[in-house]
Design a protein around this ligand. Structure first.
Ligand SMILES: [Zn+2]
Length: 197
């Protein structure tokens, strides 16, 4: 997914000392580089949506029929909110190193504040906040640039279909992650796949 100029400008922090609100700067090779404040803004938007999805009652989430896309001719049933929760968690796990993921999990997934995180993870306050910056920057960029289906822009994500193979959504890890946030109510995570007529 390519960044576009107006998107970068809209996301840039006006008080950023690196880009001064422009959202990009000239890199070492003379090419325009998207500023980290833009990546962090993407992360915040995705995290905010993640929290909203995770806090919703399971009964309230919508079940939608996804049309076939790409090479597949299969129709499938999906729940966008659950898919998004699983995507958010699985992508984060994949793109963070072990130490970053520990902090990410404690702070962003389990909701521990900085005092609890630094005590439990035995890290200094300064190191903790530096790591949060790194996590936000790295994940914000990944969420926007991920191929073939980016998590951001969120409206495109929630409007598109076939982002993740349903088999992957059924993986124990994805199920555990979703179960962590939403109480199981005896319903399967993803209804059985249906063949196109
Ligand atoms: Zn900036």
């Amino acid at each position: 997914m390519e960044w576009n100029r107006s998107e970068i400008l809209a996301l840039a922090a006006h008080n950023c000392t690196r880009c001064h609100g422009v959202g990009s700067s000239i890199g070492k090779r003379g090419r325009s580089v998207t500023c980290t404040c833009v990546h962090r803004a993407v992360f915040r938007a995705c995290y905010e949506r993640f929290r909203r999805c995770a806090e919703k009652e399971k009964a309230l989430t919508k079940c939608t029929l996804d049309l076939p896309s790409g090479n597949t001719r299969r129709y499938s049933w999906g729940r966008k909110d659950e898919e998004y929760i699983a995507d958010f968690c699985l992508v984060s796990r994949r793109y963070l190193d072990q130490d970053e993921y520990r902090v990410f999990r404690f702070h962003y997934l389990l909701g521990a504040d900085w005092k609890l995180c630094t005590r439990q993870l035995k890290i200094e306050k300064g190191d903790f906040f530096h790591m949060l910056y790194r996590i936000q920057q790295r994940l914000g960029r990944v969420f926007r640039e991920l191929k073939p289906f980016a998590l951001y822009p969120l409206d495109e994500y929630f409007a598109s279909t076939g982002r993740m193979e349903l088999e992957e959504l059924r993986s124990p890890e994805a199920e555990r992650v979703v179960a962590l946030y939403q109480k199981a109510e005896g319903r399967p995570l993803v209804p059985p796949m249906r063949q196109a007529a």
